[in-house]
Design a protein around this ligand. Structure first.
Ligand SMILES: *Cc1c(COP(=O)(O)O)cnc(C)c1O
Length: 226
């Protein structure tokens, strides 16, 4: 199936159940993103700042760009003028820098806290306790130019459906608790980003309302040297 066909069928599948579809286009050329765009896709996810900035200048201006990879504080300034959602916030220090750059650009930047749920050492993110500590802190209370829209998590890369299901269940439970404890009055805390190509159906069953799909849309990310 072509990129356009993939987008059309995935949009149909996700829109019917009010799940937002993020097309993860990292490593893929701008022409592939344009094809997805022409098929109606407007939300794109990238994990590298420089790549996102380059594509943002080349592609239509009504695309909503989501940063989904680890973000260094010294690079926030490059995406602050246009980024639509930073899904990978994993420290108060980063959040303070996003706030500062948002103010410079006279805007509010939407963010998700990335929560560590995988049984792996390589994934970034805040532990449950760390996330609570961040939300309770005076430093967080002082930030006026960021808005926490919800949480993001990446499950363990495993064949065990049971494990993936448990990890997403835990994140959904945590999300519900955080909403009640910290965002009871804010309707904007509404986003639970979980699910990639290999596990998005499980994630949706467990309550995800935003899935991040790369290879299912664009094909596998083969090494450039083949
Ligand atoms: C690459 C990536 C995805 C998409 O991965 P696929 O398996 O290709 O769907 C989703 N989320 C994050 C954070 C990623 O880095």
């Amino acid at each position: 199936m072509s990129i356009a066909d993939n987008i059309k069928s995935l949009k149909k599948e996700t829109e019917a159940i009010k799940v937002k579809l993020i097309a993860v286009s990292k490593i893929k050329p701008a022409a592939d993103l344009q094809e997805a765009y022409d098929a109606g896709q407007r939300l794109f996810g990238e994990n590298m700042v420089q790549e996102m900035v380059e594509k943002q200048t080349q592609l239509p201006q009504d695309i909503e760009w989501h940063l989904i990879g680890h973000l260094q504080t010294n690079k926030v300034k490059y995406i602050a003028p246009f980024v639509s959602l930073i899904q990978s916030v994993d420290s108060i220090k980063l959040l303070q820098e996003i706030d500062k750059q948002a103010l410079k650009n006279k805007r509010v930047i939407d963010c998700l806290l990335q929560i560590y749920i995988a049984d792996e050492e390589t994934k970034y993110g805040l532990g449950f306790d760390e996330a609570i500590e961040l939300l309770r802190s005076e430093e967080f209370a002082a930030l006026k130019n960021i808005r926490i829209r919800g949480l993001m998590g990446i499950a363990t890369n495993t064949d065990s459906e049971k494990q993936i299901k448990e990890e997403y269940y835990e994140l959904k439970t945590f999300f519900d608790g955080i909403k009640v404890s910290f965002f009871r009055k804010e309707d904007s805390f509404d986003t639970l980003s979980m699910g990639m190509s290999s596990d998005y159906k499980i994630a949706i069953e467990q309550g995800s309302n935003m899935v991040r799909l790369g290879s299912t849309i664009f094909g596998s990310r083969a090494k450039k040297t083949v």
